[in-house]
Design a protein around this ligand. Structure first.
Ligand code: GDP
Ligand code: CA
Length: 324
């Protein structure tokens, strides 16, 4: 038989921790759920992309994971709600309200209203996320990396001068077309892992790093003090978000360039380092990638449909199990 080994029979009752950004992470998690039925999956989500718009707290990556796993995602787009309309956005624009570059739909607004109301009432983001997941039943335990507010800011220099802008302004409004001089997670040093994060890592049988953005998704989570150190004690397998020198979709190369890292599966592996990663999945054309202390395997890395995504997740699990 060809294809990746089917590990489904072995994964029941496993405790799996996965980090996750937005689209890449969420799609991979769908495959992980399919590859490991009966396992307990805890997802540590990136909150560095979070932003306050129109007085509402928006958590794009947590919501992408929640909607994707809960069946409410806009499949073509990869983010936002299905069947979405934009009446509120249009009405705000008619008043001349800024910003107008961030696409918040009517259905999505409800999520942010509830989140903002609960935060204002004193609930931490982890409890707010749990409450929102009561509706979506994502089938994983979704934890924000931290209840403390952190925000990724990007230092850019263009006609308007040298300044720091919120990550979303650089990513969504500027489409990452202005080179980033620096990417900084504001508040990182003071942030504490959200309740449950370090316990979940400690109790995990294995940890998977999905093909999420290595700088502003995985890299952000790793900056929360205590998380990287806890992960270093575990069996960790990562899936390269770079295939043959290019991010599969999106603009992750702009983030890597900003921190002086080449856009390659080799460079991302070196960025994570062998203290963190024990196994690394790359695409066939990157099979020359190597790092001391890391088991590298070539596999089909494209999450083109649900079967391919499940097989990719199964390959990551199989590699992790062989390294435990
Ligand atoms: P974001 O928060 O929406 O940007 O999503 P993530 O941080 O989770 O992941 C985005 C990254 O996932 C992209 O920049 C790609 O490098 C990677 N990615 C997306 N689709 C695929 C895929 O099918 N295969 C692999 N290997 N990587 C992918
Ligand atoms: Ca993101």
């Amino acid at each position: 038989m060809s294809g990746p080994p089917d590990t489904r029979w072995k994964t029941g009752g496993m405790r799996i921790v996965s980090l996750a950004g937005g689209i890449g992470g969420a799609r991979f998690l769908r495959g992980l759920k399919a590859a490991a039925p009966g396992s307990e999956i805890t997802v540590i989500g990136n909150t560095g992309d979070d932003i306050t718009l129109f007085g509402l707290r928006v958590c794009p990556d947590l919501d992408t994971v929640m909607y994707t796993l809960g069946g409410g995602i806009n499949e073509e787009q990869g983010w936002g709600r299905d069947g979405e309309t934009f009446t509120v956005k249009e009405e705000l624009a008619a008043y001349g309200m800024e910003p107008q570059w961030f696409g918040l739909g009517d259905r999505d607004f409800a999520t942010h209203i509830i989140r903002t109301q609960m935060l204002a009432a004193g609930y931490p983001l982890s409890q707010v996320t749990e409450a929102l997941c009561d509706r979506w039943r994502p089938g994983v335990r979704l934890l924000p990396m931290s209840d403390d507010r952190t925000e990724t800011h990007v230092v850019v220099a263009d006609d308007a001068g040298r300044r720091a802008v919120h990550f979303q302004e650089w990513w969504v409004r500027l489409r990452a077309s202005v080179p980033a001089e620096q990417i900084v997670l504001v508040g990182a040093a003071e942030a504490r892992p959200a309740p449950g994060v370090l316990d979940a890592i400690r109790d995990a049988d294995l940890v998977i790093l999905p093909p999420s953005n290595p700088v502003v998704s995985i890299g952000t989570i790793l900056q929360v003090p205590g998380i990287r150190a806890a992960l270093e004690d575990k069996t960790v397998v990562g899936v390269s978000p770079i295939i043959g020198g290019a991010p599969v979709r999106g603009m992750a190369d702009a983030c890597l360039t900003a921190i002086g890292v080449e856009t390659s599966a080799q460079a991302v592996l070196e960025l994570y380092g062998s203290a963190l990663v024990d196994g690394w999945l790359v695409a066939e054309e990157d099979k020359g990638v190597a790092l001391d202390g890391v088991a590298v395997e070539a596999r089909p890395l494209l999450m083109s449909d649900s079967a391919a995504t499940r097989d990719l997740a199964a390959a990551a699990l199989a590699l992790a199990q062989s390294l435990r």
